[in-house]
Design a protein around this ligand. Structure first.
Ligand SMILES: [Zn+2]
Length: 278
């Protein structure tokens, strides 16, 4: 009895606690990460802005309730929300894409999404954006605007079309490789073995980690600020000195730790088929 109630508590409290993460909707100062790449997200939900002479690209939209904060952040940098030309996403979960339709409608920007995430993005199920995708991306496709080029790497598993974005920025004559991790995490309740909706899920995670380990990295970034220590690095940056977001060692350690966690969970589920991730 005790065990069952504990299990129920974990099952229901997990997603509930995650939804109540106060940092998701908390204002955070917009700032330049490097070159023409900027943070315009909340205190945890990443929104990246790439400023070009032909308008701006943004990666992620967060929830509709976060759009006023994003708009404020963009304008605090001296840019215009209405100059948003292209919307990209880390993956098709509400904390990153629920407002893509809102931003598309506000700005007329084109929405470009990895092929396997398109059905989720276009879905009108509760909480899904129901937004028409203007360009379907394949693994390795590039998105170009005003001299900036981003590459879409399929790092699936977390969702079927989970995307890690890379680009090179020019920081005072130095070329920096930015990597924006889509998500290497296994969410609570996810089945890695015998998943009828997503039979190749575990194999996709394996491939995704291989891709993440192969990318050249200077600027370590991701879909949530928590992946790469946004707050601590931002504070450090304000103090001057070398750019703390240049953190290839932190990236390597993070990816290795996440891979080990995934592999451990996969092994556990192989021995206990049908039991979702904790
Ligand atoms: Zn997610």
């Amino acid at each position: 009895m005790m065990k069952r109630s504990l299990l129920l508590l974990i099952l229901f409290a997990g997603p509930l606690l995650a939804q109540q993460n106060p940092d998701w909707h908390r204002e955070f100062p917009a700032f330049k990460i490097g070159g023409n790449l900027y943070w315009v997200g909340t205190a945890d939900l990443a929104v990246y802005l790439i400023n070009t002479p032909q308008g701006n690209i943004i990666i992620n939209s967060d929830f509709p309730e976060d759009v006023p904060l994003i708009k404020k952040s963009i304008e605090s940098l001296g840019f215009k929300y209405s100059d948003t030309k292209i919307i990209l996403a880390s993956h098709a979960h509400g904390d990153h894409d629920a407002a893509v339709g809102v931003i598309k409608k506000d700005t007329g920007a084109r929405l470009m999404i990895m092929d396997a995430d398109v059905p989720e993005t276009e879905s009108t199920r509760q909480g899904r954006p129901g937004a028409k995708v203007d360009r379907v991306l394949r693994d390795g496709d590039t998105v170009e605007l005003g001299g900036s080029k981003l590459t879409a790497h399929k790092t699936a598993g977390h969702t079927k079309g989970c995307t890690t974005w890379t680009m090179q920025v020019d920081e005072g004559g130095r070329k920096l490789n930015a990597v924006i991790i889509g998500s290497p995490n296994v969410n609570s309740g996810r089945l890695l073995v015998g998943n009828k909706d997503y039979p190749q899920i575990a194999e996709d995670y394996v491939k995704g980690f291989k891709v993440l380990k192969s990318l050249p990295v200077d600027l370590f970034l991701g879909a949530h600020g928590a992946y790469f220590g946004l707050k601590a690095k931002y504070e450090k940056m304000k103090g001057g000195g070398p750019n703390p977001f240049i953190d290839p060692a932190g990236y390597k350690a993070y990816v290795e730790e996440r891979e080990a966690t995934f592999l451990k969970e996969w092994e556990r589920q192989k021995k206990n088929p049908g039991s979702g991730a904790p």
